[in-house]
Design a protein around this ligand. Structure first.
Ligand code: MG
Length: 397
C-alpha cells in the first residue's frame, strides 16, 4: 500500500471570526474563530485515512514529499522523514502540528488495513476510559460556572475542570469555592491557568487553592519556563499538570527531568501525533507520571486506552457555551463524525470497535451545513488578552 495524496476534504469550513470574543476563554485566549474541517490521506488501495484537522497549506506542501509513495505501515520511517525534512522550520510549532495531524491519519489507515481499532494496535490496555468535563471559562458568571460544572456531574462525570485567572484573583477563590461546594467532595476538581501567571503569582495562587482539594493545577506559567514550573511544583501539594503546549519527546524530556509536572497532558495533535505520543507516554511511565492528554476526545481515548499510565480523557462540549451562534455551529459540526464518534455515558467512553480510529465524517451532514450556513470572516476587534507580566500581580491592571 502506498500513500497517493494528502488533501483537505474540501475547502476549510470557516465559521465566523466574531467582532468580539464570544467568551473570555482563559487568561491568554479569547474564543473568536470557529473553524473546523478535516484532512484525508488517500492510498492506492480503497482505504482513506481521516485526521480531524485542517493542515496549514504551507506545512502540508513542506511535508507531503516525505509521505507520498510510502507505505503507511512504515510509520516510524515516515515520522523521521517528516521531522528531518522540516528540521529548519520545525522542531516545535506549526511543522510538528502538521506532522501530528498526518501521523494521526496514517494510524487510521493502518487500523483500517489491519481491520483493528487503533487502541488495540497500540497495546489495548483497556476497552473503556473515563472522561472529565472541561470548561468553566473565565467569562461565565459564577452562577453560569456552577451550573455548567454541575451539568457534567449530573451527567455522571466524576471530574470537572474550570479556568482560573480572573483579573481580580479573589474572584478565582470565590469561584473555586462555589464549584467545590456545588459538586461536593466526591468529584475531582481541576483548574487551568493556561500559561497565564508569573512564577511567584502561580506559587501564591496554588497556596490559596490548597484548601479546596484541587486535583491539579494546569499550565500555571508559560510553557517554556521550565525553572518556573519546577519552583511552582515544589511549592505546593497540588499536583502540577502541563504539556498541552509542548512538542515532541525532546520537549517532554525537559518537563520530566526537571520535575516540572506530575501529570502529563501531551496533545496528540501537537506533540507529534500518535507515534510520538506513545514515546512520551513510555517516558512518562518511567517517571511515574500519568497521561491525561489534552483535547481531541476520540484520538485521545485511543491513546489513553492503550497504555498502563493512560488515565483520563478531556471532554469539551461547545453546546454549553451561552451563545446561540456558536451553539448552533457546534450542534451542526458535531454531527460530522457520526456514527462512531464518542459520547461519554455516565462519564465513561467505550472505545469504538471499528477498524482505525472510527472517525467517519457524515458527508450528508456536511453538505447540509454548507447550504444552511454561510458564515463570513469579519475583522477581529477588542481581543482581551493578557500576559504573565501583568496578570494577577496588581489589582489595578
Ligand atoms: Mg489546558
Amino acid at each position: 500500500m502506498k500513500v497517493t495524496d494528502i488533501r483537505p476534504f474540501s475547502e476549510p469550513l470557516v465559521g465566523k471570526v466574531l467582532s468580539k470574543p464570544f467568551f473570555q476563554d482563559a487568561i491568554n485566549y479569547g474564543g473568536d474563530l470557529v473553524q473546523w474541517t478535516f484532512t484525508e490521506i488517500r492510498t492506492d488501495e480503497a482505504i482513506t485515512g481521516i485526521t480531524p484537522y485542517a493542515i496549514a497549506p504551507d506545512m502540508l506542501s513542506l511535508l507531503k514529499p516525505a509521505v507520498l509513495g510510502e507505505d503507511p505501515v512504515n510509520i516510524q520511517k515516515i515520522w523521521d522523514k517528516m521531522y528531518w525534512r522540516s528540521f529548519n522550520q520545525g522542531r516545535k510549532g506549526a511543522a510538528i502540528i502538521a506532522m501530528s495531524q498526518i501521523d494521526i491519519g496514517l494510524w487510521d489507515i493502518i487500523g483500517k488495513k489491519l481491520k483493528t481499532p487503533v487502541y488495540k494496535l497500540l497495546g489495548g490496555y483497556r476497552d473503556r476510559v473515563p472522561g472529565y468535563g472541561s470548561g468553566g471559562v473565565l467569562s461565565l458568571s459564577n452562577e453560569q460556572l456552577v451550573k455548567e460544572q454541575m451539568n457534567w456531574v449530573e451527567e455522571g462525570f466524576k471530574a470537572v475542570k474550570m479556568k482560573v485567572g480572573r483579573r481580580d484573583w479573589r474572584e478565582d477563590i470565590e469561584r473555586i469555592k462555589a464549584v467545590r461546594e456545588a459538586v461536593g467532595n466526591n468529584v475531582d476538581l481541576m483548574v487551568d491557568a493556561n500559561n497565564g501567571w508569573s512564577t511567584s503569582t502561580a506559587v501564591r495562587m496554588a497556596k490559596r487553592f490548597e484548601p479546596y482539594d484541587v486535583r491539579w493545577l494546569e499550565e500555571p506559567v508559560v510553557a517554556e519556563d521550565y525553572d518556573g514550573y519546577t519552583r511552582v511544583a515544589a511549592s505546593t501539594d497540588i499536583p502540577i499538570a502541563g504539556g498541552e503546549s509542548e512538542y515532541t519527546k525532546f520537549g517532554f524530556k525537559e518537563l520530566f527531568l526537571r520535575r516540572c509536572i506530575e501529570i502529563c497532558q501531551a496533545d496528540i495533535g501537537k506533540v507529534g501525533g500518535i507515534t510520538e505520543y506513545m514515546k512520551v507516554a513510555g517516558m512518562a511511565e518511567a517517571f511515574n507520571i500519568p497521561m491525561c492528554p489534552h483535547g481531541i476526545g476520540l484520538v485521545s481515548a485511543h491513546c489513553v486506552a492503550s497504555t498502563p499510565n493512560g488515565t483520563i480523557v478531556e471532554f469539551f462540549d461547545g453546546n454549553r457555551y451561552p451563545n446561540t451562534t456558536i451553539r448552533k455551529f457546534q450542534e451542526e459540526t458535531g454531527r460530522w463524525f457520526m456514527p462512531h464518534s464518542i459520547r461519554p455515558v455516565k462519564g465513561w467512553i467505550d472505545l469504538p470497535t471499528v477498524p482505525g480510529l472510527g472517525l467517519d465524517p457524515d458527508l450528508e451532514a456536511i453538505e447540509e451545513y454548507r447550504k444552511k450556513y454561510k458564515f463570513k470572516v469579519e475583522e477581529l476587534e477588542g481581543r482581551d488578552t493578557r500576559s504573565p507580566f501583568n496578570n494577577n500581580m496588581f489589582l489595578s491592571l
